[in-house]
Design a protein around this ligand. Structure first.
Ligand code: DQA
Length: 146
């Protein structure tokens, strides 16, 4: 029996990681990041599902599915939708588990339009600027909490 089910959701353009502005987002690909998360979760008895979409509605559908399939936490990097999407905020507000908001870059050090996050109004935790370690920090917090 798994200790719990976690959904990792990656928003638009994150499929390009590794080649997209690597000076900001790093050289790891999304597959590298997901594989490391799968491994760490499995070693600790957690079940993890990783999904990426460039479409707001698909991210919302994934959050809705997580309400019904026993998912206890969502680790989400909403990417540009962070700063625009009331719809993703509303979907997360309808999810009862923990929500971790992750940004690879320190959004507060960047353009002012990146300083506001709709998702932060719901997130239990916000991690920015740690690169891919941000996803791990969220996962480790879950593992520690048991
Ligand atoms: C990002 C920051 C966002 O402002 C940007 O639109 C992204 C990625 C990050 O991980 O640093 O696509 O969420």
């Amino acid at each position: 029996m798994s200790k719990g089910k976690v959904l990792v959701l990656h928003g638009p353009n994150l499929n390009l990681l590794g080649t997209r502005q690597p000076e900001i987002y790093g050289y790891e690909t999304l597959e590298d990041i997901n594989n490391a998360l799968y491994e760490r979760a499995a070693d600790n008895g957690w079940e993890i599902a990783c999904r990426q979409s460039n479409h707001e509605g698909e991210l919302i559908d994934a959050i809705h599915a997580a309400r019904l399939d026993g998912t206890v936490a969502i680790i989400i990097n909403p990417a540009a939708y962070t700063h625009t999407s009331v719809a993703i905020l509303d979907a997360l507000n309808a999810f009862d588990g923990k929500v971790f908001e992750v940004h690879l870059s320190n959004v507060h050090k960047r353009e002012t339009f990146r300083h506001h996050s709709y998702v932060s109004l719901r997130a239990d935790s916000v991690i920015a600027g740690l690169g891919s370690q941000g996803y791990h920090a969220a996962l480790e917090a879950l593992i520690k909490a048991g």
